[in-house]
Design a protein around this ligand. Structure first.
Ligand SMILES: Nc1ncnc2c1ncn2[C@@H]1O[C@H](COP(=O)(O)OP(=O)(O)OP(=O)(O)O)[C@@H](O)[C@H]1O
Length: 272
């Protein structure tokens, strides 16, 4: 259903808006085909970084490389064939059905003018991609609903289906589970993890990050302060430093991954 995982890296990224520096000197290579969790407190720069690697914000310095090519030098159409971005705020005013919203994800793969599908094979491929995305996001029962009437969680899952029909090499998710119930949070991230797409997901829930992310990258005040395998990075001192929270990190009793138990707020953030 999806394209080959793409290589994505940021090199010395800086994003300035007016006098404010939102990101500074951010360099990291995202693990191809794996899920990287983007962590950090409110205002740390997670959305700014996602928008920069999606090609929506042009960095003031540095560059983003997609399979070795400068992402910001690609045409919007080429970028859209490779990079799918599920943003935090969905426009709720569109008078479309959920089916039409999902279908919008195919736009980058279509010609500039509507033409009949040229072969039966192409037609079959379109149908298979659509069906695969709808099944992966569990939205089959929502397709004929009108988009503005969907709940926040239902919209999030429809947006995932829209991202998947793009057949992206890179999937960027900004707080993708914030409206989902517990079952759908686990299902959503489990599905994403199984896709084998290079994925970057901004998350606030450290327990979900520990469970579903192969790697995590941690931002604080627009700078990258840690990056590596989740079990190396998600430590009690890191949580104290970045979030100002006293937490105990243990091994999960049933799974081989960190299990985070918070104890309370610290008076202030600690130095690393
Ligand atoms: N257009 C703008 N002009 C000035 N500052 C901005 C602008 N957009 C964002 N910021 C600031 O940049 C910082 C980073 O914002 P960003 O949305 O990337 O943070 P975030 O880590 O995604 O936060 P959250 O967890 O709250 O979603 C914040 O302090 C925000 O207020």
């Amino acid at each position: 259903m999806t394209a080959t995982p793409a290589g994505l890296r940021a090199e010395g990224l800086r994003v300035r808006i007016g006098p404010a520096t939102l990101l500074d000197e951010v360099s990291l290579a995202f693990a191809p085909g794996r899920v990287t969790g983007l962590l950090g407190p409110n205002g740390a720069g997670k959305t700014t970084l996602l928008r920069a690697v999606a090609g929506l914000t042009r960095p003031s310095a540095g560059r983003v490389l997609l399979d070795g090519e400068d992402l910001h030098a690609l045409t919007a159409r080429r970028r859209a064939r490779q990079v799918a971005f599920m943003e935090q705020q969905a426009d709720t005013r569109l008078s479309l059905s959920a089916r039409q919203v999902v279908d919008l994800g195919r736009t980058p793969h279509r010609g500039r003018w509507p033409v009949p599908a040229n072969t039966a094979a192409a037609d079959a491929h379109e149908r298979a991609v659509f069906a695969g995305a709808v099944a992966a996001a569990d939205v089959g029962h929502l397709l004929d609903r009108s988009w503005p009437t969907l709940s926040g969680g239902e919209r999030q899952r429809v947006q995932l289906a829209r991202a998947l029909v793009q057949e992206p090499g890179v999937l960027l998710l900004d707080e993708p589970t914030n409206h989902l119930d517990l079952r759908h949070q686990l299902g959503f991230l489990g599905t994403v993890r199984g896709l084998g797409i290079t994925t970057v997901a901004a998350l606030h829930d450290l327990e979900l990050a520990a469970a579903y992310c192969d790697e995590v990258a941690v931002l604080l005040n627009g700078r990258l302060v840690a990056h590596g395998p989740s079990s190396d990075v998600l430590t009690s001192p890191m949580i104290a430093h970045v979030y100002g929270v006293d937490a105990t990190v243990e091994r999960h009793p049933r799974h081989d991954r960190p299990h985070i138990r918070w104890n309370g707020l610290l008076r202030e953030r600690t130095t690393p």
